[in-house]
Design a protein around this ligand. Sequence first.
Ligand SMILES: [Zn+2]
Ligand SMILES: [Zn+2]
Length: 318
Amino acid sequence: MGARCRLCGGEASYHLDHAGMSLCSECFTRYYERKVYKTIRKHGMLRGARRVAAAVSGGKDSVALIGVLHKLMQERFREVELVAIYVDLGIPGYSEECRRIVEKVCGDLGLELHVLDLREAEGYGVPDFANTPFRRRMCGACGTVKRYHTNRMAYELGADRLATGHNLDDVVEILFELYLKGAVEEIVRMRPVSWSDHPKLVTRIKPLIELTDRENLFYVLAQGLPLLEARCPLVGESRMLRRKKLIKEIEGAIPGFRHTFYKTHLKRFLPRLEKTVEEPRLAECEVCGMPSLGRVCSYCKLVSKLRKAGARSPRPRA
Ligand SMILES: [Zn+2]
Ligand SMILES: [Zn+2]
């Protein structure tokens, strides 16, 4: 006989390791949606929001994100509009699969989807970074590309929030590295909400920050949402993956490690560190006009390396 649901006694489908409980599909769905709702409320993520752009990659976290946001906005945040944005990174054999999933989910949910095809719009794809000094940091370069374009798309669509699918495992993995390095300026940026007062920088929210990898996977399965099978061929044996494995091992030895680490960061360290670190002043990039810490933004610097390697320059901004 299989395990029983802790809440209703029915047949359990999902086991939540960190909570030491099994739940059936319906009880899990309620638990998950309530948790996301509470995270949103607790941090005021949608306070005063009118239009949320959700960045979808096709991976399970972002698919869970639009699934749950769509539902919550129908039931609880009726005044907020949801649109999906997707950046096609031009990775052969992978980006097509991601795009197919994103189009399917948005089609099924009746969501407005905006796609930026990097090769069409900018004349390059992420694999082209293999010919630049970034070849050893492909995931970092890709992250810069995605951060830049999701923000720009959200801004151009008139969104006042940009939601991303970062989950607890992602955040703990990044925090782990930052605390080891003592990167205080970066640590204070690891927040559930990054409020922006720059008109071209959209406030970023992480509604899934308290949900684990597995919980997002379970939600996708429980909702019958499509699941991406492909893995990015560029990731390889990255440090990021090695750290994720290490954190799984720690969690095995210290159950609840991720939740405790995150909570300690949020409640104990963040409020103190925020007082010591000055918010950087944002200027506008001389090349593209988008927000930047220096004269030229990190995205334009990245693309200028590509241009040297033979790709087309980015399109000028209106
Ligand atoms: Zn149940
Ligand atoms: Zn720029």
